[in-house]
Design a protein around this ligand. Structure first.
Ligand code: FAD
Length: 473
């Protein structure tokens, strides 16, 4: 009988404990992916993530093909399809990696019960995080709510070494007719009309090999100056590993091991690993606090008088707020499916503070447009930026977009790249066109309100409004 490996957010062959366990049985494999849009409690994938998934599935299928195997992709409720596939093929067992959110774990439990009832075994292991999130606890047996304490306790533990790609794979022959009515038409993952993915195609190549190339490239060229380089908006000073991590083309343990090799004494490597630590902390928090994506963890913020303004939200989404550094970030996101971390903080602060719009609106837009959209990291960072989370930046820390721009995009290259209509402005004018002299605007070919918007909010008024709302709590 075959054994089933159920791929989820782990679309790779190397360092794949579930695959390794399945191969160890010596039985032929069925490699499965299920796109489950039918279970409402689970977060649906956004548009950019679907685009990425299309490439990641094709890559995994190619790799399996080089071992004379293939990938079966189905669409529907995993609760129905996984047990049904096991039954129809007489599979002996199903292998997967644990998921984090309570609703996902509950679904896995229901599937496990269904499998058990029909006599199919199952085995879960940890493959998407560095450590089992139940393993890192305070002395009192509670979970950590502050990153630095979490990270200290985490580092006292041993991270397992990554596994190699398994050799000698054998596959179970799948018949065309098997669950034919549930086959996923993978082309439906791609946009049709309009085709908004041209910039994504130009920016990214999903795949396991590409993930490792990014890692090697980063370790070789950018890692040692990461501490400073990660904040420079116009440089590619970061690893751009996030979409590969989100889809599981590379595992955090592989990154961990590669960086350990480089040496923990390298300051850049140490800071980089702590960012991998933030990813871990986000997953850990999602595991322990299921309300992270939906509810402000700082409870008083559930009473925050957020503004509802379709017009302002749309201007933010479309990169037409009239605040250049904000618009640059939002346009980079729309064009490439990714935004620099510093820009994410700037646009996040602007939305939740200057515009006083609920962080969940920002979270939802990012979830739909980021190729690295991650349920845990996205929600955790939005709550951090908005100041509503645990261990978050305090609400009254309101980024001044101009100052942020001057500091992290000193030559204005980031703004010029993404907001080209302003490219003839220089100095502070580039960051504050509304304060620019009329004849300087004219010379640069800019008419405010026509070729570039006036700011949707006066920065000082927006700031005062946010502080008043905060004080009202
Ligand atoms: P690098 O700087 O090279 O970092 C390496 C890896 O560390 C990243 O790939 C990522 O996995 C992890 N990492 C780095 N910073 C963070 C962080 N602050 N929190 C958690 N993990 C981190 N990251 C996502 O992966 N998915 C999201 O949906 C997401 N949403 C965000 C929303 C907001 C409002 C903000 C402020 C940040 C968000 N981040 C998210 C975190 C961060 O911006 C991205 O992980 C990072 O920019 C990805 O680029 P990189 O791979 O080059 O990062």
């Amino acid at each position: 009988p075959p054994v089933i490996v159920w791929f989820r957010e782990d679309l790779r062959l190397s360092d794949h404990p579930a695959l390794q366990a399945a191969v160890a049985t010596g039985h032929p494999l069925i490699c499965l992916y299920v796109l489950d849009d039918e279970t409402p409690a689970l977060h649906p994938l956004g548009g950019a993530s679907r685009w990425w998934l299309h490439g990641a599935l094709a890559d995994l299928r190619r790799t399996l093909g080089s071992h004379h195997g293939t990938l079966l992709t189905l669409k529907g409720s995993a609760e129905t399809l996984v047990p049904q596939l096991a039954k129809e093929t007489g599979a002996q067992s199903v292998y997967w990696h644990h998921r984090l959110h309570q609703k996902e774990r509950e679904q896995d439990e229901r599937i496990a019960i269904a499998l058990k009832t029909q006599g199919t075994a199952f085995e879960g292991s940890w493959g998407t995080v560095l450590l089992d999130p139940a393993q890192v606890q305070t002395k009192e047996g509670r979970f950590y709510q502050v990153f630095t304490a979490f990270w200290k306790a985490f580092q006292a533990q041993d991270v397992p070494e990554p596994l190699r790609s398994p050799a000698g794979l054998s596959f179970y022959p799948l018949s065309e007719s098997l669950l034919a009515q549930y086959r996923l038409d993978e082309s439906t993952l791609l946009p049709t009309h309009p085709d908004w993915a041209a910039g994504l195609r130009a920016s990214w190549e999903p795949g396991e090999k590409e993930a490792h190339e990014h890692l090697e490239d980063f370790v070789r060229h950018d890692c040692s100056r990461y501490g400073k380089g990660r904040d420079e908006l116009s440089r590619e000073g970061t690893s751009r590993l996030s979409p590969y991590l989100a889809s599981g083309a590379i595992s955090p343990r592989q990154i961990w091991a590669a960086l350990q090799k480089k040496g923990a004494h390298d300051e850049g490597a140490r800071i980089f690993l702590s960012e991998i630590g933030w990813r871990e902390f986000a997953k850990y928090t999602l595991f322990h606090q299921a309300r992270l994506p939906d509810t402000s963890l700082g409870q008083k913020f559930e009473k925050m008088p957020w503004r509802k303004s379709e017009k302002d939200l749309l201007a933010w989404q479309q990169g037409r707020t009239g605040v250049p550094i904000v618009d640059a970030g939002m346009r980079q996101l729309w064009k490439t499916g990714w935004m620099h971390n510093r820009a994410r903080m700037i646009v996040g602060s602007f939305l939740t503070k200057h515009l006083l719009i609920d962080w969940r609106e920002g979270e939802a837009w990012f979830r739909d447009t980021l190729v690295d959209a991650d349920w845990a990291s996205n929600a955790m960072n939005w709550q951090w930026v908005a100041g509503t989370g645990i261990d978050a930046s305090p609400f009254f820390r309101i980024f001044n977009p101009t100052r942020q721009g001057v500091k992290f995009d000193p030559d204005g290259d980031y703004i010029r790249q993404w907001v080209p209509e302003l490219k003839k402005l220089s100095g502070k004018d580039l960051f504050e066109p509304w304060n620019t002299k009329e004849h300087d605007l004219e010379r640069a070919g800019i008419t405010l309100g026509k070729t570039y918007p006036r700011p949707v909010v006066d920065l000082k008024e927006g700031r005062d409004r946010a502080m008043a709302a905060f004080r009202s709590l």
